[in-house]
Write a protein that binds this ligand. Structure first.
Ligand SMILES: NC(=O)c1ccc[n+]([C@@H]2O[C@H](COP(=O)([O-])OP(=O)(O)OC[C@H]3O[C@@H](n4cnc5c(N)ncnc54)[C@H](OP(=O)(O)O)[C@@H]3O)[C@@H](O)[C@H]2O)c1
Length: 276
């Protein structure tokens, strides 16, 4: 049944998914997503600022499907370097995963530079990288925005991050409608995940960060080894990047165009758990 469903949904793809760009591929969800796509036989161009982290991703994946692209998505030069690196190749999947939490804490500690840097990585980065790639994308290509609960609701102490992700959600909705039937835009929330970003929220903050206790509690409740890959995300602990990657890989490769773009998917929604 699962195989039949996959064949039917693949038939709905307008284009073969042979080449992907995954930003933030040097750690966490981006690294795991790059690995999951390589496992499906897709060639992945993994983007990040730290060459060593990308090299580690390449080593863990093995083989010759992963290509490291050292670039900063927050700058025009970085986005230009990514587009140049792809010259002569046609990506058909883009995962805008790279992001920063930006400054954490109350308004009186927030600086204009800190806020702008967050918007540059989390909003300008994906938006203008999409624009730079547009001439190269084949009709039917898929672009996935990595979203979060903070895109729908502001959280005390995470103003810059939530504002940037809410803006990114709006970018997804606008481009989805503008490019309907040509380039397919999607968006997905990974839940709360054990990554470098999460470690920073717990270890690099102090009591002025309002929801630190919540993240600390989830981190401490997470069993060693994390949840089963392919299982529902845990309700009282952190999810694993590999489990999120399995969900993203399902969304990118096993849904049809209409369902891929229809909403900001949430990994916690039990309605789709049986499908991945
Ligand atoms: N962890 C969670 O609980 C959680 C929850 C909801 C949503 N998310 C989202 O999931 C995505 C991945 O986060 P993660 O948890 O896996 O965190 P992570 O391990 O910190 O990964 C973020 C990656 O993005 C890269 N990056 C950041 N800024 C960049 C830039 N300007 N240019 C290029 N690369 C950049 C970083 O590498 P370099 O520093 O080497 O560039 C890093 O590898 C993010 O969009 C995040 O908002 C995470």
């Amino acid at each position: 049944m699962k195989t039949l469903r996959r064949v039917l949904s693949m038939a709905a793809h307008a284009v073969a998914f042979e080449r992907a760009i995954v930003t933030g591929a040097g750690s966490g969800i981006g690294r795991a997503t790059a690995a999951a796509l390589c496992e499906r036989g897709i060639e992945v161009y993994g983007v990040g600022r730290r060459e060593g982290a990308l090299r580690e991703t390449a080593t863990r994946i093995g083989g010759d499907k992963f290509h490291a692209v050292v670039a900063d998505v927050a700058t025009p030069e970085g986005r230009g370097a990514i587009a140049d690196r792809l010259d002569g190749t046609t990506p058909t999947v883009v995962v805008h995963n790279a992001a920063t939490t930006g400054p954490l804490g109350p308004l009186d500690t927030l600086t204009l530079d800190g806020f702008r840097a967050t918007m540059a990585s989390n909003v300008e980065g994906p938006l203008f990288l999409t624009k730079a790639l547009m001439p190269k994308l084949a009709r039917g290509s898929r672009v996935l925005h990595v979203s979060t609960g903070g895109a729908h609701q502001g959280f005390d102490g995470m103003l810059s991050y939530c504002a940037s992700k809410a803006a990114l959600r709006s970018v997804y909705e606008s481009l989805r409608d503008e490019y309907a039937g040509r380039i397919i835009f999607g968006s997905a929330q990974p839940g709360v995940v054990a990554t470098e970003m999460m470690r920073g929220l717990v270890e690099d903050t102090d009591d002025s960060f309002a929801i630190r206790d919540y993240f600390t509690g989830l981190s401490e409740a997470t069993p060693a080894g994390g949840p089963t890959v392919g299982g529902p995300p845990p309700v009282d602990g952190l999810n694993s990047p590999e489990n999120v990657a399995r969900f993203f890989s399902f969304l990118l490769c096993d849904t049809n165009d209409d369902e891929f773009g229809e909403r900001d998917w949430d990994i916690r929604d039990a309605a789709h758990h049986g499908r991945w």
